[in-house]
Design a protein around this ligand. Sequence first.
Ligand code: SF4
Length: 378
Amino acid sequence: MEHSLMLPNQEPYGALYIHVPFCKQRCLYCDFATQSIDYASPELRAYTDDMILAIRRAGRNELLGGVRTVYMGGGTPTFLGQKYLTELFYTLSLTMHLTEDVECSIEANPDSLDGRMVRDLWALGVNRLSIGVQSFNDAELQALGRIHTAKQARDALAAAKERFENVSVDLMCGIPGQNLESFRRSLEEAISLGAMHISVYPLTIEEGTPFANMVAAGEMPDVDSDFQADCMELAAEVLQAAGMQRYEVASYARPGFECRHNIAYWTGVPYLGLGKGAISMAQNSEARFRFDSGGEVQEELTAVEALAEDLMLGMRMTVGIGPELIDRARQTFASFDEVCDELIERGLARWEGDRLVPTTQGWLCGNELFATLLDLAP
Ligand code: SF4
């Protein structure tokens, strides 16, 4: 099932992603690689078995020795149920050093996370739970086609907090029927229920989803980007006032609870993706490859293009781009300083000591900021 690229002098994988492509029901906005399936479907058994083999193969091929973060996402990993999840994490713990300092996250949906599963996951070495709440408002959840209620989200968080300190909550803004007040209440509820990390995503209408069809048929308004920008501003205000720090354009955390797995993605750390539709990134000093679980290359970047990508990804984070990357950029791109001056003049970036960091305006106009940096590579 899984094939990995083997490059000469390949950098070790620092992050492992395990994809579980199943959900009880598809949400109306979702274009992720996932399918709705029955709990009793034999596909769950078969998929778990394939995944166990893939993990063991990766271990045998010595691909997991440098892994510092593990993330099981989906889909809805908790939909797999206790038995299969136990088998997967048990296999992982036998195959790699799943020590306490390895961040080990699992995505959970409120309807399939209860006290017993929380205790099992914790006992198996999971140390971070990321709960897909989206909203604490029932009408908004219904509008999104989510299968859980606000009460289930509260109960799931309470259950999670009994064992886990490191609990993250995903919230969405721009939901049909949402207003700034209801969004504020969702933010406040996530904080008061003990979330240590909150991600805030604007709703996007993706091609081929029921939402795209509803917008095309005039049954639903298209996204209101001004309202979404107001929500992002409100999130910054409410979450920062509560002691959370915005460490990435859409991510807030109490100090020490930043998602190390996502930071790996944004800092050019190679990652191995296992499971249907999962993408891996492998690189050496010559090139960076992204390939799917069949081993087929989806994208190939030269070292110069990879450097421009690292600059772009760096600007997603509050810390921006550090001196080491800036030195390499200066040596590689003759126009780098000119481009920095231009970004500063347009109000999209600023110098903070020897780091180039994004401004709030830069994040609001993210496409401009990111495209300018990517365009550095010829
Ligand atoms: S739960 Fe997540 S992955 Fe599953 S359909 Fe909804 S948005 Fe998509």
